[in-house]
Design a protein around this ligand. Structure first.
Ligand SMILES: [Cu+2]
Length: 161
C-alpha cells in the first residue's frame, strides 16, 4: 500500500518529470499514446460524464483562514470516474470559474503523460475518450496541485448490449 505522503511524492516527481515549470503547448494523444486511449473532440459516445471544476476555498469567498493555510483550493467533481474499455465515453469538463484557467493532464497507469489540454474559464471542454487498456489513469490540473487531481478507472468491456 502506498501512503498518502508517498503518493504525493510520486505525483510531485511525475509533475516535475513532465516539465511543468515552463508553459507547455497543449496536445492530444500522439500515435503511440492513441494505442492506450483514443481522444476525439466530438463523435458518438455510449456514455457521458460531466466533471465540474469546484472552487473549494478561493480568495473571493474564503474562508480566509483556510486560504492562509492551504492557498486557494480547487477540485474536480467528481474526481473518480469509471469507464469501460472500448466504450466511447464523452467526458465534459465544465470550468465554472469566471476568471481562472484550469487544465487537464491525463497519464497512463505507468505515469506516462498522454495528453495535456486547456480548460478555459466559463467553458465546457469535451472529448470522447475510448480507452484501449484497463487500469487506473491519473489526471491533474497542473495549476492547482496537489488538490485538483483525479483518477479514471478503466474497467473491462461492458457486457450489456
Ligand atoms: Cu485548476
Amino acid at each position: 500500500m502506498v501512503s498518502a505522503s508517498a503518493a504525493l511524492l510520486i505525483a510531485a516527481s511525475f509533475l516535475a518529470a513532465a516539465g511543468l515549470a515552463s508553459a507547455q503547448p497543449y496536445y492530444l494523444p500522439d500515435a503511440a499514446s492513441s494505442r492506450v486511449v483514443t481522444v476525439r473532440p466530438s463523435g458518438n459516445a455510449a456514455a457521458a460524464i460531466t466533471v465540474l471544476t469546484q472552487a473549494v476555498a478561493i480568495k473571493e469567498t474564503g474562508p480566509r483562514e483556510t486560504i492562509a493555510h492551504f492557498g486557494e483550493i480547487y477540485a474536480f467533481s467528481p474526481s473518480f470516474i469509471a469507464v469501460h474499455r472500448g466504450q466511447p465515453t464523452e467526458i465534459s469538463f465544465w470550468n465554472l470559474q469566471p476568471d481562472d484557467d484550469h487544465d487537464l493532464m491525463l497519464a497512463d497507469p505507468r505515469w506516462n503523460v498522454l495528453m495535456f489540454v486547456d480548460l478555459p474559464p466559463l467553458r465546457k471542454t469535451s472529448y470522447v475518450f475510448t480507452f484501449h487498456e484497463e487500469g487506473l489513469f491519473p489526471f491533474y490540473c497542473t495549476m492547482h496541485q496537489p488538490a485538483m487531481s483525479g483518477q479514471i478507472l478503466v474497467l473491462p468491456p461492458s457486457n450489456l448490449k
